[in-house]
Design a protein around this ligand. Structure first.
Ligand SMILES: O=C(O)CCC(=O)C(=O)O
Length: 315
């Protein structure tokens, strides 16, 4: 009876109540009392896409700093879907899965890439949450294409930091209209969140190096700038980052310098990456991260990313 009475944008997702969850307050959920039961409601995807998650100020901050926080970007249903997807990914790693921490690390830094075609929960989030429309707005692009997904899990006690780097020099794309969303499903305190050097996305490409052995592979040694010295006070003063609660995410440009420390607590993160109108294929000398097997044979250098691997998700 209740279900029939409900009209979009709300749907029932349970009747267990909120518990003490501080995080539920941020979702676009509400409760409804009916015949003594408390029903928990959440917004449908269509409504989610239309929510005003992104103010003009946030878009301007993204353009200026290359990184912003977006609170409550996923509603509770989407959050639960994503968590299920991550657990399924961890139970069944894909072909590109790798451990990015040393064998004597008390924790483990586990990564996996490009699993959305086989994990339905990832596909749901990448295509049908608010992410594609947020991506298009931040990129100032008419369209948003899925680039790839990236799972980044630091188990509790992981010492391995993520060194300062930009992402785009490791990728196979040129162009300015791009965005990555870093979406934790665990609370992340300020000290272990992803940090950014504000304004570092405005043009300079820094030399990408292998994380463990610091070798230049993708571009010849000396052809790109060296990383800025992040121990200098003037650079430290430009570092931005946010403690995150479930449902929150950070959005950053693929040229924004970023880094993270190890993590005392479990930190499961899903990263969703999108491409805009001006992005073109740029095969590199070395396997890109991730490598799209067979792509260089089918998509010429300089071509737009109109390919089945990168479906348009917005509009
Ligand atoms: O999660 C991390 O520690 C690193 C994330 C990162 O480098 C990225 O998403 O590009």
């Amino acid at each position: 009876m209740l279900l029939v009475a409900l009209k979009p944008p709300y749907s029932v997702i349970g009747h267990q109540g909120y518990g003490n969850s501080a995080q539920s307050r941020k979702y676009d959920d509400c409760t409804l009392r009916f015949r003594g039961l408390r029903y928990r409601l959440c917004m449908t995807h269509a409504a989610t896409n239309n929510r005003k998650l992104l103010s003009e100020a946030t878009i301007n901050d993204f353009l200026r700093d290359g990184a912003v926080v977006i609170r409550g970007a996923l509603n509770s249903t989407e959050f639960e879907t994503l968590t299920r997807g991550i657990e399924s990914n961890l139970a069944r790693p894909g072909e590109l899965a790798a451990v990015a921490s040393a064998s004597d690390d008390p924790g483990r830094f586990f990564e996996d890439f490009c699993n959305w075609q086989r994990i339905a929960e990832y596909e749901q989030i990448l295509k049908h949450s608010a992410l594609p429309s947020i991506a298009a707005k931040l990129m100032q692009s008419q369209t948003a294409r899925i680039y790839h997904d990236h799972l980044l899990v630091k188990e509790a006690g992981t010492r391995q930091p993520t060194p300062w780097h930009q992402d785009q020099p490791y990728y196979n794309v040129d162009g300015r209209q791009n965005v990555s969303f870093w979406i934790p499903v665990d609370s992340v305190p300020r000290e272990s969140t992803l940090e950014f050097l504000a304004g570092s996305h405005h043009g300079t490409w820094y030399m990408p190096r292998t994380f463990m052995t610091q070798q230049a592979r993708w571009f010849p040694e000396g052809s790109l700038a060296n990383l800025p010295d992040m121990t200098l006070a003037e650079n430290k003063a430009r570092v931005i980052g946010w403690a995150l609660q479930p449902g929150d995410m950070v959005a950053f440009h693929m040229l924004t310098l970023h880094a993270a420390s190890g993590s005392a607590t479990q930190r499961r993160v899903f990263s969703a990456r999108y491409l805009g109108d001006d992005i073109v294929h740029a095969p590199r000398e070395w396997r890109t991260s991730p490598e799209f097997s067979g792509l260089r044979e089918t998509l010429p250098a300089g071509a737009q990313m109109h390919h089945d691997l990168f479906p348009q998700a917005w509009p």
